[in-house]
Design a protein around this ligand. Sequence first.
Ligand SMILES: Nc1ncnc2c1ncn2[C@@H]1O[C@H](COP(=O)(O)OP(=O)(O)OP(=O)(O)O)[C@@H](O)[C@H]1O
Ligand SMILES: C[C@H](N)[C@H](N)CCCCCC(=O)O
Ligand SMILES: [Mg+2]
Length: 207
Amino acid sequence: MLLHALSKNHNKVVGMKPIAAGKENGKWLDVELLRTAGSVQVTDELLNPYALEQAIAPHIAAQSQGIEIDMSTIENAFHALGELADYVIVEGAGGFMVPVNATQDTSDIARLFDLPVILVVGMRLGCINHALLTVQAIRSAGLQLFGWVANCIDPEMRAVKENIAALRFRIEQPLLGTVPYDSAPDFQALSRLIDLSGLDSRRRDSR
Ligand SMILES: Nc1ncnc2c1ncn2[C@@H]1O[C@H](COP(=O)(O)OP(=O)(O)OP(=O)(O)O)[C@@H](O)[C@H]1O
Ligand SMILES: C[C@H](N)[C@H](N)CCCCCC(=O)O
Ligand SMILES: [Mg+2]
């Protein structure tokens, strides 16, 4: 949805999944989704430098395959994608502070490139605490939270509106959109719910 939303104003957008853990039917789903949503075709080596077999924490999945995740491999791929596209959206794995090797975690990927962070909050009981802790972690990593997305992953959740309001009140950065529960999403159509106009003003500000 983010890639489709960006494509409206920018020709060349690409997704990156530095580390994918877990195959489904022989494929890494996030990698397939990102490849389809991007407007620039790139190799899997750039889009997804680390494709791990098991759907478990990446440092454990990597270790079980005798692989060590090396940030310089991710860095090279990211820079190569940056040459090919106007925007690269980098998807994390499992959250903001998930270990990728003995000393580094997913927040280090964002730090390596000083990326503005988009926090996707899976709306369910416990998400307020989870989201606010993540906002604090983003700040203490020295990164900028660009905005957040409310993703309605639980069709049974009670007081969804009130929960979103509670987060809006407590998170300074904008809510970029609310994604409804949808078991067969049309990402292109749903992208109308995402507002990334702040990215362009951010670009203007930095000139
Ligand atoms: N809005 C939604 N409506 C219905 N199901 C959803 C929604 N968002 C996510 N899901 C389902 O929840 C599961 C986990 O979602 P998803 O894979 O997008 O999480 P993720 O945060 O990208 O995970 P990872 O960090 O591993 O990439 C998937 O089965 C997905 O289909
Ligand atoms: C496999 C899964 N979909 C994610 N890619 C990895 C989740 C790792 C979570 C690690 C943890 O916080 O305990
Ligand atoms: Mg994902």
